[in-house]
Design a protein around this ligand. Sequence first.
Ligand SMILES: Nc1ncnc2c1ncn2[C@@H]1O[C@H](COP(=O)(O)OP(=O)(O)OP(=O)(O)O)[C@@H](O)[C@H]1O
Length: 317
Amino acid sequence: MKAAIEVGHVVKRYGDLTALNDVSFSIEQGEFFGLLGPNGAGKTTLISCMAGLVRPSSGAVNIMGFDAHGDYQHARRQLGMVPQELAFDPFFTVRDTLRWQSGYFGLNKNDAWIDELLHHLGLSDKANANMRQLSGGMKRRVLVAQALVHRPPVMILDEPTAGVDVELRHTLWQFISRLHKEGHTIVLTTHYLEEAEQLCGRIAMLKKGELIALDRTSTLLQQLAGVKLSIKVYNSMFVAALPADVRALCAQAQEVESQKKLTFTLKKAHQVEHVLAAVRMAGGDIEDVAVSQADLEEVFVRMMQADSGLNGLGGHA
Ligand SMILES: Nc1ncnc2c1ncn2[C@@H]1O[C@H](COP(=O)(O)OP(=O)(O)OP(=O)(O)O)[C@@H](O)[C@H]1O
């Protein structure tokens, strides 16, 4: 079976800036795939390459076997894209907006499907409202409907729930999950790691234009996370005396009301005792200890701040 999306050695340069540096991976049909990375990592550039909106400096993207640039018409038909930006003709009604988009794909009798989309996105009673009369959240629902008017097998969502209220987020995810169950391939960029953790089967992480991790969500969590150990200490002068292996496990050190809170990300539970013993040996006066399962947020922060550990935090109170 051909891949839903094949990204092959994609490089994108803007002048001196390399926004994407030799990125390669493929997404199978039917996957729910997450693309994560901090601001400026290259996520939007990459999905714009997928949608044929940005031309790679070198390399290529294929959508269901069609070159996103060389065969734009065919590739675009396979793809529904929900962009970050809200951009509509304010004088169009919701229905006109969706009819216009259908016409772009040569679909002139698409009202039955448009009605279905409006229904599932809770927009039926807004069908004849002008776009400018809609709230931001409603406009975002129309963006989703617009991406789906031509029933594309592959759907790309660029931070679809940014700034959206809880209810809409819930409605959207219910609908997107349904599409996924029906066999659609879904690619999602998000800053809400919780969403990615719950929804995505695999996750790719981008950092400064490079692909730094790509794995099943569960594997990524197992391999890189594990246990989170937080300790509160009165006196943190001891930090400098901690052995290097323990310092390297420290993901975060912060001041909380004249106390120091150190957070360690550990792969195995038995390391908890090792860290606590090292803190005591170094003269740390432990006030409180909390152990919990690490989540994707920690994996992400850790990977993005790779080798930071206690460096730069000085280890002083
Ligand atoms: N048209 C452009 N011209 C010049 N530089 C650009 C252009 N588009 C993006 N960039 C730069 O490329 C880099 C990657 O940007 P991109 O928008 O892809 O990141 P992102 O991961 O989507 O970030 P965010 O989470 O903030 O949306 C950034 O440094 C950005 O400033």
